[in-house]
Design a protein around this ligand. Sequence first.
Ligand SMILES: NC(=O)c1ccc[n+]([C@@H]2O[C@H](COP(=O)([O-])OP(=O)(O)OC[C@H]3O[C@@H](n4cnc5c(N)ncnc54)[C@H](O)[C@@H]3O)[C@@H](O)[C@H]2O)c1
Length: 455
Amino acid sequence: MDGISRRGFLKAAGGAAIATTLGADAAVATATSAPPAAAPSMAALPRRARRRYAIVGTGIRGSTQWGASVLARHGEAVELVGLCDVNRKRAEVVRGRLGVDVPIYTDLDAMLAQAKPELLTVTTVDATHADCIVRGLEAGVDVITEKPMVTDEAQCQRVLDAQRTSGRRLTVGFNYRFARKHRRIKEVLLSGVIGKVTSVDFNWYLDVNHGADYFRRWHRLRSRSGSLLVHKATHHFDLVNWWLDADPVEVSAFGNLRVYGKNGGYRHEQCRGCPHASKCPFFWDITKDRGSSELYVACEGEDGYKRDGCVFREDVDIFDTMNLAVRYSNGAQMSYSLNAAMPFEGYRLAFNGEKGRLEVRDHDRQPWTPERPTEIWLTKSFGQREAIEVENVAGGHGGGDELLLDQIFAKPDLPEWLRVPGVRDGALSCLTGIAARKSIDERRLVRIDELVRGI
Ligand SMILES: NC(=O)c1ccc[n+]([C@@H]2O[C@H](COP(=O)([O-])OP(=O)(O)OC[C@H]3O[C@@H](n4cnc5c(N)ncnc54)[C@H](O)[C@@H]3O)[C@@H](O)[C@H]2O)c1
């Protein structure tokens, strides 16, 4: 690793050391049953030959996290050999931004055959992930996919089967697990201080900026994103599966579209040229955003994709208001909600245990300045409430973006519970959302094992 990536890595991994404010018995339990995520010895890491690396889907995520960040942090581990996007112009913009001289492809099979990558990252539109993953695996390539791994159960079966048959590694980019605050929650749960978790209360809020943005883009269509129950909530369901170390078993859900789409009193195709711009609180002038203008507006001629679409278009067919009940393999139950038109962003989370309760209030983006961005409280039954310290780590998604890359590309020696998420994690998190969608459509309780075989 070079000096920059080594420093960045040690900063991220060093943040994993436990700074516990738990009571004495909890601290003992933490020390014995939850090995701290100590910084690995970088000297012990073997130097490997650079792996041939390619990206399919050169939008914002492909070009930043899986392009610029990978090359900056782990340029010694990979050699970029190809970029692929159905929009050639966008791939060209990204090639220029990355400052690399690599071939551009609009056909994934051609890139696999000619550029011969050993590692492929999939950052395309969600509904196309499965196809790209399977093509990569079948070509004998290890694949990293952005979440969600799939958007329906048929795709899920295909990916599970292809991974098994190919024997190649499939990694799912669940950066949220690697955020310091989320590792801190896992450490407390592993310590056993609240005993077995009996239930989880989880409410996620997306605001009228970030939340609304999903309704501007391809995400507004189920056929592209699988709905926010899959596109967004796959992160949350993965966290819960990981925190509980359990699988979802059955799901019951309600969903509704109450603010965006058909609910608007006016609409236009897109914000540019909209006659309602002066009165619309969702108006966004993309031309004032140079980065988005280059990446999307300048590339519209290729595929007609409008990044600043109207949030009130009548074709919006996803929900903005969702409530679920989920039962897990360890007997725990969860009530979960996702609301996408809130005045602020963040979440409320609680683990109710046999011996106490762990509560989290996360203030991600607020119109006010919160005292602390994340508050975690532990209350032991018959005891007092105490604060659990969690440092605010700089970086993308609470530092999760950087640590995920380090886990994948530097392969440090970290505890088993911080392993890189794989195909099973990708499947189970998506299946919770897919089951919820089915439950809403068919107005019934849906079992996960009715969706796929052999998971
Ligand atoms: N983990 C995270 O925190 C996080 C954050 C943002 C986005 N993402 C994920 O990253 C992925 C990309 O999101 P984005 O915001 O960059 O979207 P985007 O629209 O900016 O980029 C998607 C790109 O894929 C291309 N594309 C679509 N279908 C393709 C196909 N079949 N073959 C090749 N190229 C294709 C599009 O032309 C576009 O350039 C999504 O799956 C999203 O869920 C994850």
